[in-house]
Design a protein around this ligand. Structure first.
Ligand SMILES: *[C@@H]1O[C@H](CO)[C@@H](O)[C@H](O)[C@H]1NC(C)=O
Length: 407
């Protein structure tokens, strides 16, 4: 079980390799000692894994349900309640970030990736938008600000799924907001309105209210705070708050990972626990949910480990809902009847033609352009997944009709 798990541990591909490597591991030492000074426990260390990527590794034997880390309340940034608007959560992070080394969270803040090391829907450069090669990415209508605040059409931040690990424990996943998939322009329009003050009347907190008027806040600062917040905060079971907790975010994502965060009700510590037995030196994973490749790129700015067999991207899946919150689409593959199979072939072929027929109008920058590389990898994965599905359906049709030349 453990070795199977390790094979599937997230290998952040070349696109984000340099990003993680670039992060200074000496900052990690400071983070760890700050957490222990505050009463926390970490039975893990940060190392570069076999794929050259930074990851979290067990320093001792940790049995299933055993403690990986205990994060004290004093080391977590409480960014507001789950019913508050996204802007409020972002403002809490913006304030701490702008305080710099005057923030008591500085040892944590220092370990966050830098602006250019992230490319989520909140901060990805607009120039990459054509690289989505899909209507659903750039052309979704922008929500009004009030959509983001607490009226009835507010995007729900559902509590993460609860998995019972036999001890009343709960799996903790970052909440999904709606308006996330494929709409980073929408997000960025929203962030611009927070930044230029035009949304002030509708916000729970304005920038001046959180940082004062003498602190210069750039649009990039707001995008940065947003990218950090919505890719890292956690819905906490047992307490309707959203928390930014160090340590768990150092573990690489794996769709199937069973590491979990225990319900935050028994004490003022957030306990990160093992879903499998770990031996010393094993890499510890964490799951941000069942992420399809395009959603992982849009929401988190990375491509998860390559899957075999490939799964369709979220936007290419028959169950894709352009306007809904992200829900991991079903893994059940279409099985018939023949008319449905033929319709699916047509649908997928049209998407494929759209991707391959859209020229690369975005030039790759000289030298390093990891975002461009990531987007091209995503494109190749979308095509590979469509081809796999087309071949699979062709076989089904051939079986159903007894004619191998059906297609
Ligand atoms: C705190 O940050 C300021 C501004 O970035 C810097 O000039 C100063 O040296 C820092 N102080 C310490 C103790 O790191």
């Amino acid at each position: 079980m453990t070795s199977v798990k390790l094979l599937s541990v997230c290998m952040c591909l070349a696109a984000c390799l340099h990003t993680l490597l670039a992060q200074d591991t000496s900052l990690i030492d400071e983070l760890f000692s700050w957490i222990s000074k505050n009463g926390g426990v970490i039975n893990a260390e940060v190392r570069i894994n076999k794929d050259g990527v930074r990851g979290l590794f067990a320093t001792e034997r940790i049995p299933k349900l055993g403690l990986i880390a205990s994060i004290p309340a004093a080391c977590m940034i409480n960014v507001g309640s789950q019913s508050q608007s996204a802007s409020t959560h972002i403002m809490h992070v913006l304030r701490e970030y702008k305080l710099g080394n005057n923030s008591r969270f500085w040892p944590y803040i220092k370990t966050w990736p830098k602006y250019h090391e992230m490319a989520t829907e909140c901060n990805m450069d607009d120039k990459y938008v054509p690289m989505w090669k899909s209507d659903h990415f750039p052309e979704r209508p922008a929500p009004s600000i009030s959509l983001m605040s607490s009226d009835s059409s507010s995007p729900a931040i559902p509590l993460p799924a609860t998995h019972d690990h036999g001890s009343g424990a709960a799996a903790m996943l970052p909440p999904w907001t709606s308006c996330r998939e494929a709409n980073h322009q929408t997000w960025q329009g929203f962030l611009r309105r927070i930044w230029d003050g035009s949304a002030n009347r509708e916000l729970e907190y304005t920038i001046e209210e959180v940082v004062g008027k003498d602190v210069e806040v750039t649009l990039a600062d707001v995008k940065y705070a947003a990218a950090i917040t919505v890719s890292r905060y956690l819905a906490v079971h047992g307490r309707p708050r959203l928390m930014m907790a160090p340590i768990f975010d150092l573990a690489n994502h794996d769709n199937h990972c069973t590491t979990y965060l225990e319900s935050y009700v028994k004490s003022d510590y957030l306990h990160m626990k093992a879903g499998v037995d770990y031996e010393p030196g094993d890499e510890i994973c964490y799951s941000y949910g069942d992420l399809r490749d395009d959603y992982a790129v849009s929401a988190y700015g990375f491509l998860p480990a390559l899957e075999d067999p490939p799964r369709l991207a979220y936007v290419d899946h028959p169950g894709f809902e352009p306007r809904g919150a992200y829900r991991a689409p079903s893994d059940d593959r279409i099985a018939g009847p023949p008319e449905a199979l033929r319709a699916e072939v047509q649908r997928l072929a049209a998407i494929r033609a759209r991707i391959t027929g859209t020229p690369d109008i975005v030039p790759r920058a000289e030298g390093e352009d990891w975002v461009w590389d990531m987007m091209k990898q995503l494109e190749a994965r979308r095509i590979a997944a469509i081809d796999y599905e087309l071949a699979r359906i062709a076989e089904l049709l051939a079986e159903a009709t007894g004619d191998a030349r059906e297609l």
